[in-house]
Design a protein around this ligand. Sequence first.
Ligand code: UD1
Ligand code: MG
Length: 468
Amino acid sequence: MLRRWSIEGALVPLSLSCIAYPFWRNNLVLPTLYASLGYGLLALICSLKLIPILSPIFKARGLRGRDRLKLNQHELPESMGVICASIYVALMILFIPFVFTDVLFSRQAPAQSTLSAVGQAEFPQQQLSVFLAALLSLLSATLLGFLDDVFDIRWRYKLPIPLIASIPLLLVYYAERGNTHIVVPKQLRVLFGRTILNLGPLYYVYMALLSTFCTNSINILAGINGIEASQSLVIACSVALNDLLYLPLPFTFKLQGFSFGGIYGAGMAWGSRDLVERHLLSLYFMLPLIGVCAGFLRFNWYPATAFPGDTLCYFCGMAFAVVGILGHFSKTLLLFFLPQIFNFLLSCPQLFGLVPCPRHRMPRYDLRDPPFLFPSLTVFKGSPSALATRILETLSVLGFARVTRDVSTRNITSTTNLTLLNIILIRTGPITEAELTKMCVLLQITGSLIAYIVRYGLAGLLYDGDRH
Ligand code: UD1
Ligand code: MG
């Protein structure tokens, strides 16, 4: 406790100095980025401090869940994601004036302009509406996630929830005449007879689905201590690192010249004001997210003392959708979701009703063999359909599922739940919950490394220049 206090104590002056630094030195290249870093640290401090204070209150109000993969299955405070989301949104609101410091303090405005004149003529209303729409989408996702935690909404209703939350984003995208064109990969150009394809309204459908995917895919790769928060943390760090590569900072110049020189040389619009602004916006949203996720992970890591609830999954997923859509790098963003894409595709037979989907698909904790986890099972009530049998047989051959059959009819009677966590357990044999979480974090980091290789190493095989 004393140690945590001292860490927080040390971080407070650091975060405040970061926020104040741009006011002190007004010749910085990206002044708002320092403030954003300060807010990221504040997000970390607030979550480290508030979560333990509010945990007993949440439990007392009935927001609690059983830690199912433990011997005594004690109850922990649930839906703590709502604290993270509240800290995040409050800090982002406080951060808004920093985004417009140049205008508010007339740094770049004409010398004679007064604040009222700035308010009418020079204030970048569009940039403000982008920010506010993003916050509205995040708030809607948080509210809907919290409702889900409280009312335990069914999957068929749960899936489209983020579609509603993404509407403000899509409208802003439309208002700023967002691009709906995609570049056809070199290999497919003969087929389409063109280099650029306008998807029109379909592009909006794609973006709406992106927000549904980002939110739900984090939520269905869940059930062991620390996994939701660590997925979000690794993805947020990967996005932030990717953003940094586009900013005119001394070390990114070196990086671009060294590792990504090929792409830069191939005519990448790197350094264009538009591109820098989009990635700056993304960083403004990612740094506080990294702060709250890191702070929350302190309490959610094995052995957890707090559960995130669907609120954290929805809120983090929507934050990724926000930056992917408004930053115009949705394809790059999806690359950082490789484990989630795999887990979602694997889960489809259960999510769409071909294979029974129990309320919880998390691994099984065997009371006779603690502390190890085993793949959990789902049992067929009748005989499975021909399609389900085909799918399960294929997955079984690939080593992604383990099925049991009726001795006389040879029909499949049960299968391991179709999740990435169970696949790891099938491959490794029984391991502890902490080991499984660490393996997932490692997988997520490996996924991000592959994403960078694909994005910056292999993209040239499909496209001519920089395509997000
Ligand atoms: C999703 C998954 C479900 C998984 C659950 C775990 C699908 C379709 N749904 O459902 O399979 O079991 O998440 O979050 O894939 N819990 C623990 N330990 C943890 C985290 C959660 O025991 O580290 C338990 C707690 O009892 C907690 C509950 O899971 O209360 C939360 O489940 P909830 O988030 O409501 O489940 P879903 O998101 O509906
Ligand atoms: Mg959940």
